[in-house]
Design a protein. Structure first.
Length: 183
């Protein structure tokens, strides 16, 4: 199963266009999670305690754990997140806060070393930026989280940058990114 995490909020999102092309080239059906529609909020004390209680009881079936279970079961993950203000949209961070549940996506051994529990083989991080793009503030974070904590085997960056420079050709930049993508 492909899980498509859509962190794009603009109707004319170039990141979303690029992600849809990636999904098309992957050639399999996908399940979309549109983060804007989830109305995610930061975990408050009550939500955090409920999540911890369910995990402590070994009950991973609670509705508050559904996003985590869904993420852990996906074999391929495609994340569409535009590069805003030297980062990805805060909705994606809120999503990761909900997904990161010990016992579902990760565990720790006796030495404190993390072991990923996710089935994911590949994660594609799709982004566009109006100006220069630095993976340090977006993709690198997702890569470390996915491979170091969740157990995803491989991550790949699919990016188109300098989309809004004077005299530039954003359509040509998108086409370059699409043409360079090979699953």
């Amino acid at each position: 199963m492909i899980l498509f995490i859509n962190a794009c909020v603009r109707k004319q999102s170039r990141t979303l266009r690029l992600a849809k092309e990636v999904l098309s080239r992957l050639g399999e059906p996908y399940e979309e999670v549109c983060l804007e529609k989830l109305e995610l909020k930061p975990l408050d004390e009550e939500a955090y305690e409920e999540r911890n209680r369910l995990v402590a009881e070994g009950r991973f079936d609670g509705p508050c754990l559904a996003l985590s279970r869904q993420f852990a079961e996906a074999e391929t993950i495609v994340i569409a997140a535009p590069y805003w203000d030297m980062n990805f949209p805060s909705l994606l961070k809120l999503y990761f806060e909900r997904v990161y549940v010990i016992g579902i996506v990760s565990s720790f051994d006796q030495t404190g070393r993390p072991h990923g529990l996710c089935k994911g083989k590949k994660l594609y991080f799709v982004t566009t930026s109006g100006g220069p793009f630095s993976p340090r503030f977006s993709y690198d974070y997702v890569h470390e989280l996915a491979t170091g904590m969740f157990g995803v085997k491989e991550t790949r960056l699919v990016a188109a940058s300098f989309m809004d420079i004077d005299g530039g050709d954003p359509e040509a930049r998108l086409k370059e990114a699409i043409d360079a993508f090979v699953p």
